[in-house]
Write a protein of this length. Structure first.
Length: 532
């Protein structure tokens, strides 16, 4: 499984993931529990260092694990005091005795690091990603030092930190969330690797972008980890490989993308030109082919789907032709829901006079420039120069600059052989996607301020409050706003016909590859997932 740079930090459990100390802990607990079980009347069967350890103790804080195992045997001990001497009279005494036994076993048997651990941590750090260990053990730092892994970690959150900061142990997410906070990464931008069921459950409830379960060779354990929330399950740490390409191919990371989208209710947002259709010389020739329309229809029947385009809203809606989709035209200033609802940015309406004036000025200056095309939309204006001879490109740039200076309240964004005039307002495709996400959930504010009473109707008439996970695919400069806006909690994909800097997390090479990705995702979604 490939770990792409879309996930900016890796948080690892210690025992059973980076090191093989689980058997040391299990042996220490067996020594302590067997002494206590032998004192019961009648004496109870010994502690099973395999089954009992995994079922009741693994991954939990020391006292919680002891309490849970003893409860399973019908034994109750008082909690005791922090300073209880090692013994069998209380949970804290048991914990102190276990700590003694652990160091005895550790001194006798040493620490074995997973053979792939150091290389994996080093590759992550070489790619600019931060790393942490989370462990309920109070001996985590000593184990990491002995294993030689401490220099490859940015932080460690262990049982001592939990006691000092009042952090709840697994399956509560506190330890993982604290590690993410120390790394300066939102949980949704990090991945967790865990072998304990309680640890997997903790990472899942903490909202991490990807949870990887390490199951070893046990099929039953693999299934248990999935049940507890693992997105993906591996047998060996060596199965995890690091991709340090800052924008890796999306088609090579389908499992990762699908797992991230599966953390909530997927919502898909797509640019049109250069994304759903190839870039063409004349905008009117950008027609959606039947296979692409078919996959869009299949997706729209399963999850919320929106097309966010620089084209006029009516134009892009007619070209896509999927009635149940959402549409945002003029770079997001003009939005429509599937029930015919319409939401126009109120402040943008005041800039239409400036767009009218810019349009007249550009048409007057460019009508003799062969190949220049001035295309007006409701809330934007595009000057296309794809068909302009190289010798005349300077005239186009001069006309664009003059129109911008003469018409206050407009901004110009440079795209692929296009100059886009838009209202100079704090609104772009990223804002439009956020607004649409709230509209889908029935909680949308009117673009630019105010509330809309019809947002719930635009979203299909039902107020939904579940977490949406957006997938945004686009190809041009205006799409970079959406990539940046969705960086923390979404999946972003740039369609690149040539290498260039991008804020997107993954890349595709063509509209055909976009169709392949969407088709693969449609096949993983249950039919009718967006109905009702």
């Amino acid at each position: 499984m490939r770990l792409s740079p879309a996930l900016a930090a890796g948080i690892f459990d210690l025992d059973g993931v980076l090191t093989r100390t689980a058997r040391v802990h299990a042996a220490a607990w067996k020594q302590v529990f067997d002494a206590l079980l032998a004192r019961q009347q009648p004496p109870q069967p010994p502690f099973d260092a395999g089954r009992d350890y995994l079922e009741h103790v693994d991954g939990k804080p020391r006292l919680d694990g002891a309490r849970d195992f003893l409860a399973a045997r019908g034994i109750a001990l008082p909690a005791g005091d922090e300073g209880d001497a090692p013994g069998l009279q209380s949970l804290r005494a048991l914990g102190a005795l276990k700590n003694q036994a652990f160091h005895q076993v550790l001194a006798r048997d040493g620490v074995e690091a997973d053979p792939a651990a150091a290389a994996l941590l080093r590759a992550l750090r070489d790619g600019g990603r931060r790393t942490a260990v989370v462990s309920s053990s109070r001996n985590a730092r000593a184990v990491l030092d002995a294993a030689g892994l401490a220099p490859l970690l940015d932080t460690v959150v262990d049982g001592r930190d939990a006691a000092r900061q009042g952090l709840r142990g697994k399956p509560a997410p506190d330890l993982f969330v604290e590690a993410a906070r120390r790394l300066g990464v939102a949980p949704a931008r990090g991945f967790v690797v865990e072998d304990a069921r309680s640890g997997v459950a903790a990472a899942r409830s903490g909202g991490f972008g990807l949870v990887v379960g390490m199951a070893g060779r046990g099929a039953a354990q693999a299934e248990a980890l999935r049940v507890h929330g693992a997105d993906l399950v591996c047998q060996e740490l060596s199965e995890l490989t690091v991709v340090n390409d800052p924008c890796p191919p999306a088609l090579e990371h389908l499992d990762e993308i699908a797992a991230r989208l599966g953390r909530g209710r997927p919502a898909i947002f797509l640019d049109y030109d250069g994304t759903l259709t190839p870039i063409v010389d004349r905008p009117q020739d950008a027609l959606l082919d039947p296979p692409m329309r078919e996959v869009l229809g299949a997706l729209a029947a399963r999850v919320p789907l929106a097309v966010v385009s620089g084209r006029d809203l009516g134009d892009v809606r007619d070209r896509v032709g999927v009635a149940s989709a959402y549409y945002a035209g003029s770079h997001g200033f003009d939005i429509a829901g599937p029930n015919g609802e319409r939401h126009q940015h109120p402040q943008a309406q005041a800039r239409t006079a400036a767009l009218d004036a810019a349009q007249a000025m550009l048409q007057a200056r460019l009508f003799k420039v062969q190949g220049a095309l001035v295309e007006r939309k409701t809330f934007s204006l595009a000057v296309h120069d794809r068909l302009v001879a190289d010798a005349d490109l300077a005239r186009v740039r001069e006309a664009v600059a003059a129109a911008q200076v003469a018409n206050k309240g407009l901004r110009v964004q440079e795209g692929k052989r296009v100059h886009d005039f838009q209202p100079d307002l704090p609104w772009h495709k990223g804002h439009a996607v956020r607004w649409l996400m709230e509209a889908i959930g029935g909680r949308a504010a009117q673009p630019g301020g105010g509330q809309t009473g019809s947002a719930g109707a635009a979203a299909g008439g039902a107020a939904r409050t579940e977490r949406l996970v957006p997938l945004y695919i686009g190809d041009d400069v205006t799409d970079e706003d959406a990539f940046e806006t969705l960086a923390a909690d979404g999946v972003t994909v740039a369609v690149l016909d040539a290498p260039r800097p991008t804020a997107a997390q993954y890349r595709l090479g063509s509209a055909d590859e976009v169709r392949q990705l969407l088709n693969a995702l449609a096949g993983r979604l249950a039919p009718g997932a967006d109905e009702g």
